[in-house]
Each structure stands twice: as C-alpha cells, then as structure tokens.
Design a protein around this ligand. Structure first.
Ligand code: NAP
Length: 248
C-alpha cells in the first residue's frame, strides 16, 4: 500500500525539518526524489545520503522558490531529464514573527514571496508535465495557523490561508487531467522553525493540543505519502489536518 515505485518527486525545502522527512518517506516508498534547498546545500546532500543509504534514489537541487524563473527552470529540467514529474510537494516556507504594529513591509514581502508566490510559481511549472502524463499529485504544506490564526503571525497566517484557496482552485482547474491537488495543515511540529520558541510558548502549544504532544516531521510525511499515492486518487481540493486535534 502507498507505493511510489517509478514515480519522480520534487520536494521544496527538502533539506531540513518537515521537507526532509517527506523526502525520506517518499523515497522509502520507491520514488526518486529531488531534494530542493535554498541555502542549505550540505543539509540537502545529507538528506540525499540518508535516502541513498536506505537504498533509495535522490538528488539535491538548489533554487530559491521566491525566484520564479529559477523555480520554473529547475522544474522543467527535472521533467525533461526524467521524462516525467509525478509528485510535487510545495513545502519550502519561512516565518518571520512580529506583532502587527511592528510588522515591516519587507517582512510581509519576504513571506509572501517564498510562501505564496513561490508556491504558485512552482505549481504553474509542475502542472505541464502532470497534464501531459494525465497523472499528477500537487501537495501544498500550509499550516494550522492559516485556519485558526496566531498572534505574531499576521503575514505568515495570510500566506498559509491563501494556500488553501490556491489548492482548491488548482484542484478544480486540473481535475479533468487526473491531477489531484491537496493541502496539509500541520499543527505544532518539532523543527528548526519552532526550536527558537520560548519554553513557555511550547508548553502552551502542547497543552492546547488534545493529543498532548508536539508533532514530529514524520507525522506530516505520512500524510504527504498518502496524498501522493495511487490510493488517494479520488481525493482532491482537500485540507488534511495533521495537528493533534489543535484545530478541529
Ligand atoms: P524549517 O525547519 O525552517 O525548514 C524550512 C525549509 O524550507 C528548509 O529546507 C529551507 O531550506 C527551505 N526554504 C526556506 N526558504 C526557502 C526558499 N526561499 N527556497 C527554497 N527553500 C527554502 O521549517 P519546517 O518547520 O520544516 O517547515 C516546513 C514547512 O511546514 C513550511 O512551509 C512551514 O511553514 C510549514 N509548517 C511548519 C510547522 C511547524 O510547526 N514546524 C507548522 C505548520 C506548517 P534552506 O535550509 O536551504 O534554506
């Protein structure tokens, strides 16, 4: 069940955290995985080595998703070299936390460019090979914050909420080509992104999570594998919540 043998996948932000876990999980299921990074080339290579040592196939590919031309070129190259691109996970994301009154224009722009514009450009480039193949899986990593809000994350929450609109729209546009498009909204997950939060804030999050723990990147990766699989072929335009019950 949930095998991806023969499939080619691209995971943006696959160098660390949730993206690394998704890359490892898709590769373990049999996919060849292109592991994208922006700055962390060494970390991306480490993800690839972990995949290779488990008997899988992976390649690191550097581009900044905010650079839409570079993103398009990288996607086109993978599709041309491999003759296909079956699964694309738009996972790269940044959070610049600041209360509304202190939020700088530049920080709004940065989060919009990476989390939203980058994700749309990635999907725009990826849809072509998927349409041609009459098979594709686009998965956006959004956030519980886009559904419930969170103090200090106005711009971040805006980008993550917007991704849900993006998911539902692209799902409707390409369903006739057998391309499914879904979003995952993770809750509080243990990665570099949440590592710097004060202990008290982490404790509050765990208390607010009915399952009583912080999520692991692997919790999110399992959802991505399901959505990428043949078995999820009748699931599109959906939001899969992996949040321990934090928002229901
Ligand atoms: P993380 O540990 O901070 O890792 C972020 C990843 O995104 C890194 O691989 C990073 O690559 C990549 N990245 C950042 N900017 C990029 C850019 N411009 N172009 C290409 N790649 C870029 O974050 P994470 O916690 O794993 O988060 C992954 C996704 O899940 C994000 O979209 C985040 O918003 C979402 N999410 C996280 C949580 C959570 O609690 N952790 C909850 C809900 C949603 P480099 O190292 O090369 O820069």
């Amino acid at each position: 069940m949930f095998r991806l043998d023969g499939r080619v996948a691209l995971v943006t932000g696959g160098s660390r955290g949730i993206g690394r876990a998704i890359s490892l999980t898709l590769a373990r299921a049999g996919a060849e995985v292109f592991v994208n990074y922006a700055r962390g080339e060494a970390a991306a290579r480490e993800t690839c080595e972990l995949i290779a040592s488990a008997g899988g196939k992976a390649e690191a590919v550097g581009f900044d998703v905010a650079d839409t031309k570079a993103t398009e070129a990288a996607v086109q190259k993978i599709a041309k070299d491999r003759g296909r691109l079956d699964v694309v996970v738009s996972n790269a994301g940044i959070a610049i936390d600041q209360l509304l009154l202190r939020l700088k224009d530049d920080d709004i722009d940065k989060q919009l460019a990476v989390n939203l514009k980058g994700a749309i450009a990635l999907a725009r480039a990826a849809i072509m090979p998927m349409m041609r193949a009459r098979w594709g899986r686009l998965i956006f990593v959004s956030s519980v914050v886009g559904e419930m809000g969170n103090p200090g994350q106005t711009a971040y929450a805006a980008t993550k909420a917007a991704l849900l609109g993006v998911t539902k729209t692209i799902a409707k546009e390409y369903a006739s080509r057998n391309v499914t498009v879904n979003a995952i909204t993770p809750g509080f997950i243990e990665t570099d992104m949440t590592a710097s939060l004060p202990a008290a804030a982490k404790e509050l999050m765990v208390k607010a999570t009915p399952l009583g723990r912080i999520g692991k990147p692997e919790d999110v990766a399992a959802a991505a594998l399901y959505l990428a699989s043949e078995e999820a072929g009748f699931v599109t335009g959906q939001v899969l919540r992996v949040n321990g019950g934090l928002y229901v």
